[in-house]
Design a protein around this ligand. Structure first.
Ligand SMILES: *Cc1c(COP(=O)(O)O)cnc(C)c1O
Length: 415
């Protein structure tokens, strides 16, 4: 079993559909998501909040396919975006701008204009320079921009250094020592309306303590801001709850939210969370087919038709993803590195896996719903994979496989 996908009668399936049938219809490599699994995770957060005033802002960057955003918008989800492009996706998918928060360290003036135009809920501002620019943009439009500062609480989290974001040496957020002054400054600006406070300490965090430590620091600051006569309407705790890829045992949504509710027990502000990975990560797999089995004196390689351009996480972070045969088989005796066709030694999906393989076999790479397709590229002029969403026994192609013609189309040679 991997996430939402389990064996039935020897076939890896989800929502009553065999992955082998999906590969037969749409080819490989192919991303497959379960709508039911995505909805279940969102609902788990939502139910855990009970009657506490809250808003779940799904982090679009984890998987930004329009069908995924639409699925969540229909549940009433809000969104956390990091670019004007993601804002356009949210709107296209029927998401509500009033439930959308805008994060990121490099917001451009035209992105600010667009966001003010549609009326987003809040800009999560990450520097005083950004605040100045936003004040200026809002002045040109003669409006007030709703602002929360992303405060960097300087807490250490046990995660990969590339996805730890709440340390003082990281590029993210307003340094802890400067945050109060930033609030005073923002409150005095004509075209800024202070509405909240936020933080996001990192991703794939599998313990509750780092969140609570960060939030307790955030609450100290909140009390200080309050005492200065500035009213906050929401507290945004960011995203980052980890998922099981291998043997991690992260807290459940219920445990996580229950700990949050304890920290905020006496508060009246709306609580916002920005989960990405934990909503979609284990709702997806990447389907791939074995092209060659290459045995060398030192190692065995299974060369498959998916590569680092399709799923970057193993190459980028050394991330471990479960890899299972689509047709159930005993583990076998050979150990393989599962590699793609890309011309890089770092192009692997898994290393040292014991699998009983034959050319033509289908494999499912697990936990690929988050930071999978959305991080894929056309490196080596490889068209990006198609994406399929399963919904109660029906397979929907939610993104067509690219063609080489698609890739070449925007390019021109010199006259
Ligand atoms: C990436 C990101 C998230 C989502 O993180 P997950 O680990 O996927 O839950 C939330 N908020 C911000 C600001 C982010 O950059």
């Amino acid at each position: 079993m991997i996430g939402a996908f389990a064996y039935r009668d020897g076939q890896l399936m989800a929502e009553g559909i065999a992955l082998g049938d999906i590969a037969a219809r749409f080819g490989t490599p192919c991303y497959v998501y379960s709508r039911q699994a995505i909805e279940a995770r969102w609902q788990a957060y939502n139910e855990a909040f009970g009657d506490t005033d809250h808003l779940i802002c799904y982090a679009v960057k984890a998987n930004s396919n329009l069908a995924i955003l639409d699925t969540l918008a229909r549940l009433g989800s809000g969104f956390d975006i990091v670019s004007g492009g993601e804002l356009q996706r949210v709107i296209e998918a029927g998401g509500e701008p009033e439930k959308t928060v805008f994060s990121g360290v490099g917001k451009q003036a035209d992105e600010m204009h667009k966001a003010l135009d549609v009326g987003i809920k809040c800009f999560n501002v990450e520097s005083l320079e950004e605040l100045d620019r936003l004040n200026q943009v809002a002045a040109e439009r003669d409006v007030k921009a709703p602002v929360s500062f992303r405060v960097n609480p300087d807490v250490d989290v046990k995660t990969h250094p590339y996805i730890a974001t709440g340390l003082k040496q990281n590029k993210f957020g307003i340094p802890w020592e400067e945050a109060f002054t930033a609030y005073e400054q923002a409150a005095s600006m004509n075209h800024i309306e202070v509405t909240g406070i936020d933080c996001h300490i990192g991703s794939q965090i599998t313990a509750i303590d780092p969140f609570i430590n960060a939030l307790e620091r955030l609450m100290d600051l909140t009390r200080q801001i309050e005492a200065a006569g500035i009213t906050l309407r929401h507290i945004d705790v960011g995203g980052g709850l980890g998922i099981p890829y291998k043997d991690e045992s992260p807290p459940t949504e219920a445990e996580f939210v229950s700990a949050l509710r304890q920290v905020f027990a006496n508060r009246v502000e709306q609580i916002i969370i920005e989960p990405g990975r934990s909503i979609v990560g284990n709702a997806g797999v990447l389907l791939t087919r074995v092209e060659y089995l290459k045995h060398t004196p030192h190692k065995n390689f299974a060369i498959v038709d998916a590569a680092m351009n399709d799923l970057l996480r193993p190459s980028l972070y050394g991330a471990w993803h479960e890899i299972l045969p689509v047709h159930e088989a005993p583990p076998g005796e050979q150990t393989y590195d599962i590699v793609g066709p890309v011309c890089e030694t770092g192009d692997f999906l898994g290393q040292g896996r014991t699998l009983d393989l034959r050319v033509g076999d289908l494999l499912a790479v697990g936990s690929a719903g988050a930071y999978g397709f959305c991080m894929s590229s056309n490196y080596n002029t490889r068209p990006r994979a198609c994406e399929v969403m399963l919904d109660k026994g029906v397979m929907h192609e939610i993104r067509k496989r690219e063609t080489v013609a698609d890739l070449l189309q925007p390019e021109t040679t010199l006259p």
